[in-house]
Write a protein that binds this ligand. Structure first.
Ligand SMILES: [Fe+2]
Length: 312
């Protein structure tokens, strides 16, 4: 295992592009291995703005991140959105891109949120159909990201790792594992995040997201759910030691090279604070490399759904 790690390319640590960080990123490119750029804000920009993006692509490895397709839906992903993304990725000769295990619209109504779908056999099939449509148009599979949810999606009959594992195995899609989303869902479901991690298809992970959120009170209407508090994935806080610990655990469990991206969407700190988090992520990767790889639990990918749904 150690040998395979050494033969692969090194892990990369980077940050999601936000205008608030532009100066900080460009001033510290020697500390940033990769930058993740949202696709949608750039789909209808001016020629000058597109040139600015092309300038960034020439300065640092860039990967792209989409939020609008709504792939985990029984509604067919819209052809015009796929066409626009295909043209965008081709025009920038994109190295890699990602999207979400989420639905974002239904019946002509935009939710304005990356919502977790009911996790069931029918939504596995519907997501696979959308991925098939996507690959036909775009020509390449995105890495797919797990989303945070405050409640177990109503109508679910599968646990999250089981649901995602089924889609990843059948589509051969890479996995973008957002460790804060994973931690949020564990907290909100009253589950042990380390135990959950052992059941995810980590061999498919190419990219990890790190971010921060906050605890909020338990809404009375959800009082029957386990846990007195819920974790909100607001991307307005620093990466926690707990999430960095998960990063080390993932690094210890897999052999493939990883991209690690820190996300921040508000309450923007001085860039020095982001640099400190980049260093903390590198330290967690080093710590993970020094850990022995734990054995996979028996039946890791065939666990009964009741394990995860017992709390709802
Ligand atoms: Fe994320």
């Amino acid at each position: 295992m150690r040998r395979m790690r050494q033969l692969g390319r090194p892990d990369r640590v980077g940050i999601s592009w936000r205008p608030e960080f532009a100066a900080g990123i460009l001033a510290h490119l020697e500390e940033i291995d990769v930058v993740e750029v949202l696709i949608e804000p750039h789909l209808s920009t001016s020629r000058r703005q597109r040139q600015a993006l092309q300038f960034l692509v020439r300065q640092v490895p860039v990967v792209f991140h989409g939020v609008s397709l709504g792939l985990a839906s029984s509604f067919a992903v819209e052809a015009r959105r796929l066409d626009a993304i295909a043209r965008f990725l081709d025009s920038l000769r994109a190295e890699a891109w990602s999207e979400h295990f989420a639905f974002v619209r239904a019946g002509g109504i935009e939710i304005g949120h990356l919502a977790a779908p009911p996790r069931a056999e029918w939504s596995v099939d519907a997501t696979l159909q959308n991925l098939h449509r996507l690959v036909r148009t775009v020509g390449r599979m995105p890495a797919l990201e797990n989303v945070a949810t405050l409640i177990e999606p109503p109508g679910s009959t599968l646990g999250e790792s089981q649901w995602i594992g089924a889609i990843v195995r059948q589509s051969a899609a890479p996995l973008l594992l957002d460790l804060h989303n994973l931690a949020c869902n564990a907290c909100n479901g009253g589950l042990d995040v380390t135990q959950l991690l052992a059941h995810w298809p980590l061999e498919a992970v190419t990219t990890l997201h790190l971010s921060g959120g906050r605890l909020i009170g338990e809404p009375a209407r959800y009082a029957r759910h386990v846990g007195a508090q819920r974790m909100l994935d607001d991307h307005r806080h620093d990466v926690s030691p707990a999430v960095l610990g998960l990063l080390a655990q993932v690094r210890a469990r897999v052999v493939q090279p990883l991209d690690v991206i820190i996300e921040r969407d508000g309450n923007f700190p001085a860039f020095e604070q982001m640099r400190a988090q980049l260093r903390a992520a590198r330290a967690a990767l080093r710590a993970g490399r020094a850990l022995p790889a734990p054995p996979a639990p028996a039946g890791a990918h065939h666990r009964e759904v009741s394990d995860e749904l017992a709390v709802v």
